[in-house]
Ligand binder design. Structure first.
Ligand SMILES: [Zn+2]
Length: 142
């Protein structure tokens, strides 16, 4: 999974703008860090990360010339979409990647977190699927 951020970086590396003399970490390092942060967030916080491609693009677009923007977005979108699909179709992938046990996103009636294994498509266990439906309705209404 963390190879994905490297792959994005490698495809875009050649187009990163030269550093301007204002100190701080070099542009290349900033781009790599942003890619890593986005992939990390996608892995650990996927259900609350609404627009991974747009978010990463917004974070790094300033380090690329105008003429490269479209290419940067298409590379970012290709890898982030791939990563999201990978995580959505492999229920145990997140656990393998982060070492964290996956728990259902719901809270039980006692107020403790539900600890059943969630379904990959929405992060709720089979008995809390109705919460995912409410969530979708809320999104449509918003
Ligand atoms: Zn549950």
């Amino acid at each position: 999974m963390y190879q994905i951020s490297r792959s994005i970086f490698r495809e875009l590396e050649a187009e990163i703008l030269e550093d301007r003399p204002h100190g701080g970490p070099p542009n290349r390092e900033r781009v790599l860090r942003a890619c890593e942060a986005a992939v990390h967030r996608l892995t650990t916080d996927r259900h609350y990360f609404a627009h991974p491609s747009r978010t990463l693009f917004r974070d790094i677009r300033g380090y690329f010339p105008m003429a490269a923007q479209l290419h940067v977005y298409s590379v970012v979108d290709r890898y982030m979409t791939f990563a999201a699909e990978y995580l959505a179709t492999r229920p145990t992938a997140v656990m393998e990647l982060t070492g964290q046990k996956l728990d259902c996103r719901a809270t039980t009636r006692k107020g403790t977190p539900c600890q059943r294994m969630p379904l990959p498509q929405n992060g709720y266990c089979p008995s809390h699927q109705h919460l995912a439906e409410t969530e979708e309705v809320t999104l449509v209404a918003a």
